[in-house]
Design a protein around this ligand. Sequence first.
Ligand code: DX5
Ligand code: ZN
Length: 213
Amino acid sequence: MKITIAPSILAGNHANLEASMDRVIRSGARWLHIDAMDGHFVPHFAFGSQTVRALATGKKNLFFDVHLMLSHPEYFVESFAKEGADLISIHLESKAPLEKTLRHIKQMGKQAGIAINPETSVEKVFPLIDAVDLVLIMGVNPGLCGQKFIENTLEKIEMLRGCHGAVKIEVDGGINLENAKLCIQRGADIVTAGTAFFAAQDPRKFVEQVEYE
Ligand code: DX5
Ligand code: ZN
């Protein structure tokens, strides 16, 4: 079971996150993807570190994969780390001092990720590879669930895998059962799924279909 699925709670029920967490735990998924949005880096708002803390009370063995879509993630990594994040990804397009912020995440004992938007070429992460555990490749423009997967994401995954065999690759946005397979074939290790996971009739089967491909 080399592949991990990370259901994205952004596509869950915001009026009943407990029920959404329950669905994730029942599905057998080992990771939970939690998005933070500042209304500036992206045009919407989403979860803050207090939400991460609240979710952490029912965390069980779930690995919290926190994706910061923030213009200034450097001001917030500490609070997300303290409230229960296990991995924190910041965007290459943010205004953060990238290496310093990634180092800060690691100093707090967490895994560090660098995320890239669809229009950013994947080579831009190469100089940061030694500073990160994971590269998060967006399959859609960040900010909203339920968008259509951008096909050239597959080439970016393949190129990164070809040049850097060991780094973990996560793909996020627009994932369904069909394109999850293609992402995995090209070298992705972790696939995030929001809409497809929460719409699946049988979430356990959905997880198994992705992870045991
Ligand atoms: C989008 C977020 C994603 C989102 C994915 O900007 O970063 O994590 O929840 O949702 P789907 O899978 O519906 O595209
Ligand atoms: Zn995300």
